[in-house]
Design a protein around this ligand. Structure first.
Ligand code: GUN
Length: 287
């Protein structure tokens, strides 16, 4: 058996087209333009690429993009002052501070200074609490994208065994909350989990978010399972740079029922969900 490939690139294009149509309607009927501010501190090359892609796609959807690129040595006070200005700016509906921040900046403090209503990453402690208690919140973009693909593929997820490998605040924990919200039986596994292979083999839905290249081989995958690979790892193979996921794709695709590729799976969905969250924030701010 060879797994069905879940095409995140095509799905993301569909989501972006829906967002763009809604944005056009908002403009025409209410004269409103959703605005997204992205703050990048320092010059991490991967972050620069992400920020550039976010800016381009924001504009392509008809929204306003405000990019704030600050030097690596920016002080906490300066960054907090910028966020306070963005919080107060009615043209800004969404604020994203690109992570990781340089070490001298306290990420928790910075994230929690964002107005929760503008926190399109869903990382503010209020949004984390709202998600955990099943209340209306801003939902982190990567797990939201994964959930959308899972719902699209399965319809109902109720009763399925879901294993999330990875316990980060950005992906693992909110992913588990979302799957629980859809009535999955959820296990969060991580680097200290005993017999990780056996835990993974019990999964109807296996979400890999550990950031270790090809760590999960095909023989950890239950036959017919749906595999969502969140990993984006740059490796060198045969003298060439290559992007691989946290799952060993070739072996997993022989066993799984469905699988997301890397690239072209979860990655494009993250930015599409960011745009959708910005639109949501704009609509909520304007009744
Ligand atoms: N760095 C890697 N992923 C993300 C993300 O989803 N949001 C932010 N703000 N930074 C990131």
């Amino acid at each position: 058996m060879t797994a069905a490939v879940i095409d995140g690139k095509a799905f993301a294009a569909k989501v972006r087209a829906q967002v763009a149509a809604h944005v056009a309607k908002l403009k025409e009927e209410q004269g409103l333009t959703p605005g997204l501010a992205v703050v990048l501190v320092g010059e991490d090359p991967a972050s620069q690429v992400y920020v550039r892609n976010k800016g381009t796609q924001t504009v392509e959807c008809g929204m306003a993009s405000f990019e704030h690129k600050l030097p690596a040595e920016t002080s906490e006070a300066e960054l907090l002052a910028l966020i306070a200005r963005l919080n107060a700016d009615p043209a800004v509906h969404g604020i994203l501070v690109q992570l990781p921040l340089p070490k001298h900046l306290d990420s928790d403090l910075v994230i929690n200074s964002i107005d929760p209503a503008k926190d399109v990453d869903g990382f503010h402690i209020s949004n984390v609490g709202l998600l955990g208690t099943g209340q209306k919140s801003m939902v982190p973009c990567t797990p939201l994208g994964c959930l959308m693909m899972l719902r699209d593929h399965h319809g109902s997820l109720a009763g399925l065994n879901a294993v999330v490998v990875g316990r980060s605040n950005i992906v693992g924990k909110p992913m588990a909350q979302l799957l629980l919200g859809d009535s999955c039986t959820v296990t969060i596994a991580h680097s200290r989990t005993k017999d990780l292979a056996a835990v993974c083999r019990g999964a109807d839905i296996l979400v890999a978010a550990v950031g270790r290249p090809e760590m999960i081989p095909g023989d950890w995958v239950k036959p017919g399972a749906t595999v969502i690979d969140v990993g984006i790892n740059r490796i060198e193979r045969d003298g060439k740079q290559k992007l691989v996921g946290d799952v060993h794709y070739a072996s997993a695709a022989l066993v799984a029922g469905a699988i997301t590729p890397v690239p072209g799976g979860v990655g494009p969905m993250t930015i599409a969900c960011l745009l959708a969250n910005t639109l949501t924030a704009c609509c909520r701010a304007n009744g």
